[in-house]
Design a protein. Sequence first.
Length: 184
Amino acid sequence: MSKEKNSKFIEAAVDEESPFGFPTGKVAQSIRKIISPSLSNHDVECITVVLVSHLMIEERINSLIIRWLTNNLPKMGSKNKQGVSVNDVAKNEVVTYVDKLDFIKKLNLIKPLGTLLWGDDSKAIFNDFQKINNARVEIARRLDIKGIKINNKSIATEAGLERFLDLAQRRLLNVDDLIELIGG
């Protein structure tokens, strides 16, 4: 394809809209300019992988804790003054409490379950959860992508990013095993 045809194709692709009405390619470009103009596409990809992976793990841990704490609530037929079931009120209080906890406190809450299920491997698994959290903290506070290392590989490299993603996926599966353990 000639350069002229190629540039027209690229312009057409950029002028198109996403299914949500955003100009394709413009949103990510704008976000990159807001965060830091010096970031490369790969840097943005690294940030996205770390933040989304952490978010998925934390959401899954939240679900685990909420199920664990609410599965065995006694079934009460009474309602509060507003006519809401006291069981729903209790569950909402648990959800509110869990949502406000920081990640490390959530890990400490699930540690007894993890120790039961993973035995001798539990220490290494919880260290991995902390590595994932530390990566998120480094990005959130300093945008330090190059300094984040997983098994001695910077996540600024393809190999390092792949190692991070693999680690995050394995830990997600670990949380799923805990959810299954409590009958979720």
